[in-house]
Design a binder for this molecule. Structure first.
Ligand code: ZN
Length: 157
């Protein structure tokens, strides 16, 4: 299409790396496993350029991995990865802010935050007036999350 997101091209590329041969089954073999912030714009599997918020996806059946942008991951996996990136930018700017629901769920699935931290983040998500101890905990978890976000490119650290 004119917006540069060629969904047919994405489907063909994903099907080639899947076990199932029909799209509705094949797409269910895939999961979002990592998010990467790129300094240099890259091209999505669908042909769209530029993407700087990269989603690493993995096929649990065939073991293949690949990367797509936010728009495609949403269309094909139904995951709002764009909201995860928004959540990360928010706490990077101010680590006293809370992570959003999409980020919390994603980092729990990835195993970065444990059950207790998951519960804590949910309980305190909407709270502005945290105790000193709670604020310390929030910041500690936020810094752990920021440290785990993959970056790619010249400014990577
Ligand atoms: Zn795409």
């Amino acid at each position: 299409m004119s917006d540069g997101y060629n969904f047919r091209q994405l489907k063909a590329a994903i099907l080639a790396m899947s076990k199932a041969t029909d799209w509705e089954t094949a797409r269910k073999e895939w999961a979002l496993v990592d998010i990467i912030e790129a300094d240099e714009p890259e091209t999505c599997l669908c042909g769209h350029f530029p993407i700087v918020e990269i989603c690493a996806i993995h096929n649990r059946v065939t073991g293949h991995s690949t990367e797509v942008g936010n728009v495609c991951v949403k269309r094909f996996l139904g995951v709002r990865s764009d909201l995860i990136f928004t959540g990360i930018k928010r706490i990077r700017k101010d680590p006293t802010k809370s992570l959003n629901a999409d980020s919390i769920a994603f980092f729990r699935q990835r195993g970065l935050i444990n059950d207790w931290e998951y519960g804590f983040l949910q309980d305190t998500m909407k709270k502005r007036n945290l105790s000193l101890k709670q604020m310390g905990t929030r910041k500690r978890i936020n810094l752990k999350v920021l440290g785990a976000v993959s970056r790619r490119g010249l400014q990577a650290n």
